[in-house]
Design a protein. Structure first.
Length: 319
């Protein structure tokens, strides 16, 4: 037997051959995935808890970010491999400057029938409709997108938006500002919506701001670094597979998905039980025409400085 092995090695060496093993080196298994401390990052929470990364031979390091802009910058520079959280706006903006630097793996599908955002006022407020926000202070998410969409919604309801002051603030500060009277209303996302309504200190005067202005809004999603796709294509496809497995799990296992969200976001069971998830779909399955229309809308509102071909941002691992 020893002679057979030695003879085989001699043949390999003589042929200049190299023996490869299927076991990956640690650096080949390692991936970094960004997320935010919000419900939109639920696909990552599920993937980690259910072992989806390990199943694909990946060792994941989750990296917490405070904003979508920071996530996009890290992806574009190649410092982050992927992100299961973030807004499409900075990704579109990055594409206009450096095409292909950040690609879209998944997109949200926000509808009127399943709202994930609301306009809230204090329970004892005299405000009963959007029209009553004329001349008021409205708290919105940082950046311009939330303010621009709120402005469009208010204008469609007869409000002179020049008389409305949009106060940008982090979600963690919104309810406190509302209760203190620093603002008259807030545009909030889940799970802040459910936390506020469960407390009894706030009530909704409108649901689904984004879904009203642009039905099936692709506002949020999951993204991957263009550099990561080029240098480690096999791992990139594996990351996308993990993401899509989380999408399927969320839809098929509602109760357990809520339990996972409650653990990661430190939510009370009653909050986790009533909140609306942000459901996403693989980007290649989202309607291309609608995605382009959304990009055009962002250009019209001034969020994007130049028009883009939105289809060029899509990562289709099986395409």
């Amino acid at each position: 037997m020893r002679k057979v092995v030695l003879a085989l090695l001699a043949v390999i060496i003589a042929a200049g051959g190299v023996v490869y093993f299927s076991v990956q080196a640690p650096q080949e298994r390692a991936v970094t995935v960004g997320y935010g401390g919000v419900l939109a990052a639920e696909p990552l929470f599920i993937a980690i808890d259910k072992g989806f990364f390990a199943r694909e031979g990946l060792d994941v390091t989750p990296v917490l970010f405070e904003s979508s802009n920071a996530v996009t910058d890290a992806l574009a520079s190649g410092k982050l491999d992927a992100a299961f959280y973030g807004s499409t706006l900075p990704v579109f903006a990055a594409h206009s400057v450096s095409p292909g630097s950040v690609l879209v793996m998944g997109l949200s599908d926000m509808t009127l029938g399943y709202p994930v955002d609301s306009v809230l006022v204090r329970t004892n407020s005299s405000i009963t409709s959007l029209k009553d926000l004329d001349g008021r202070r409205v708290g919105v998410y940082p950046g311009n997108t939330a303010a621009n969409f709120m402005a469009r919604l208010l204008a469609a309801n007869g409000v002179d938006t020049r008389r409305v002051e949009f106060v940008r603030m982090q979600p963690a500060n919104q309810l406190q500002a509302l209760e203190a009277g620093a603002v008259d209303a807030v545009h909030t996302y889940e799970p802040v919506d459910s936390i506020a309504l469960e407390s009894g200190k706030a009530r909704a005067i409108h649901n689904a701001v984004y879904g009203t202005v642009f039905p099936h809004t692709p506002l949020t999603g999951a993204y991957i670094s263009g550099e990561f796709v080029k240098k480690r294509p096999r791992q990139a496809k594996a990351v996308a597979k993990v993401l899509y497995s989380s999408y399927e799990f969320m839809r098929a296992n509602d109760k357990e998905s809520r339990e996972i969200a409650a653990k990661w976001l430190k939510l009370k069971p009653e909050i986790a039980g009533r909140m609306h998830f942000i459901y996403e779909v693989p980007a290649s399955q989202y309607d291309a025409g609608r995605l382009q229309a959304f990009a055009d809308l962002l250009y019209e509102t001034g969020d994007l400085k130049q028009r883009i071909n939105a289809s060029e941002t899509i990562y289709a691992p099986n395409g």
